[in-house]
Ligand binder design. Sequence first.
Ligand code: TLP
Length: 347
Amino acid sequence: MQKRIDLRSDTVTTPTAAMRRAMAEAEVGDDVYGEDPTVNHLEALAAEIVGKEAALFVTSGTQGNQVAVATQVQRGEEVIAEAQSHIFFYEAAAVAAIAGAQIRQVPGIRGVLQRKDVKDAIRPQDVHQPRTALITIENTHNRAGGTFTPLVVLQELSLVAREAGIPIHMDGARLFNAAVASGHSAKEITSYVDTVQFCLSKGLSAPVGSILAGPKEFIQHARQWRKRLGGGLRQAGVLAAPGILALTTMVERLVEDHENAHLLADNLATLPNIVVNMETVQTNIVLAEIQGTGMSAEIFVQALREQGVWASVFGPASVRFVTHKDVTRQDVLDAAHGVANVLKGAY
Ligand code: TLP
């Protein structure tokens, strides 16, 4: 059988053997009673890593973001989010459906929000206008191709937010990719935001779960929102145990994923009719614009799959490749070869 090189997402990573052992051996209790020692350990460790008072283990990145929004935003208020952010684009309008608020889309530069644009988007006090209740930053930015927000920009955004008295939430689904690529610790990055969500289940390879971290009082309220959304789990230590290994053993290796993404981007860029914006290749995501091939992204991805290479349709003529621990350097070279074959019509 042909080998599958699955570059659709880093969400496809499977747990390591050590993670599976840790799951089998995890000490557990009822987490809704706060009695699961493994969950408590993970939450304390995660809070320490991002320099926040407290943390909450949530079922997914989406749940972490939406609990963060619902906890900080009232009905009829507004949330500033980058125009192509996951919170806006991929969370099934949950900000409207759950918090009852609306999103103000602010376009960034390669996914990075700009100080002036955010400042201008903050609503004045006016009976006609909603109150701006929260600013969100996506780091790294998925639809922009895995770009990270530079520390100086975070600093500027935090000043704008502080002046206006508005909290910042970071969707740090790939926070550790941002940390590794920028050379700054996760703690330095999150020092500029009030609350942060990061995923254990993407490049860090845990099978399930995300962390929401922030001030103690925020996490107390967030715990109730998580319960309300059905995220109060019982013997969740079996899920938290691989999360602990994700944080303690899987961060440094993200460098390899970034190297492989660069290698893939370099190889794809040499192919005719494929355009890769190298400026956005900063972490583990590569976006290929395929307009010049005359194929739709749907057709292209289908043809590529026949070569054993799985990628995601990211727009009518845009295809996303994501590197992760379950693809090797050779896989990436083979994937570029598969793309070349598609272009030659040799499938
Ligand atoms: N992103 C997934 C899909 O939903 C698109 C992917 O394959 O990249 N924030 C960001 C920036 C994300 O990229 C994702 C997942 C989430 C939040 C949501 O995480 P989950 O899937 O755990 O709900």
